[in-house]
Ligand binder design. Sequence first.
Ligand SMILES: [Zn+2]
Length: 273
Amino acid sequence: MTKPYQRPSADEPAWWFICAGGEIVLDDDHQPPHGRAEELPLPTLDEYQIIWLGEVRERSCYLVLADYGDDAFAALGEFQSLRPLIEKHDEEMFSMASRAKQITEFVSTHRFCGRCGARMQAVDWELAMQCHTCKHRCYPRISPCIIVAIRKGKKILLARGERHRPGLYSVLAGFVESGETLEQTLAREVMEESGIKVKNVQYVCSQPWPFPNSLMMGFTAEWESGDLHFDPFELEDGAWYGFDELPDIPLPGTIANRLIETVKAQIEQESET
Ligand SMILES: [Zn+2]
């Protein structure tokens, strides 16, 4: 059941997702603070908007919408990006933190109505913002993306985008455009970014990716035709790599890593039989 505006009681042990400016308070163990509100050095929460997010390990998770630079939470930890949670490989906590970050982004970008400009207010029975002047209602935005690991024989296509950290190579990805099926997005993005056609597209898994609000839908595919020709606006380098010569790839816990491992396992299985 959704109960977004349930407030915590003082004696309820809970996880606290304190978010501001795309960052979250993490303690020395790179975890969101955990405990009873009455025992933690929390400021008076009456002044903060609080949203119930769900449960992790049978404890409620509360989002506290803080202001950027708010030092009232300094005794609990530091505002940080979500990346330490990926590095810890704690997928359950990372996915709840993703939810917290995306809802924070939603609330902070929907203070005013996009249709008539009046102030928006939170709806109290579901997570939405409503304009009481023109009745326009908005829900947290989710942007679907495809991400695909492509193989050619025993090699995998890896490329680096301008925004990747130095030395990192990954699989191809791109946003779904209005009116497209996932299959059409995949064929278009692969052709635009790398100049090749693919076949045998198989769905593998998905992952919410809160930078800022993507839902990554992961596939594997096989090269069908064409030579690699990278779009210089999207990718600066790339190649077919054997698994014994992989460059620096995304961390375990990311969907890109899981897709690369999926292709690796397929190739290993084939060479055994
Ligand atoms: Zn309006």
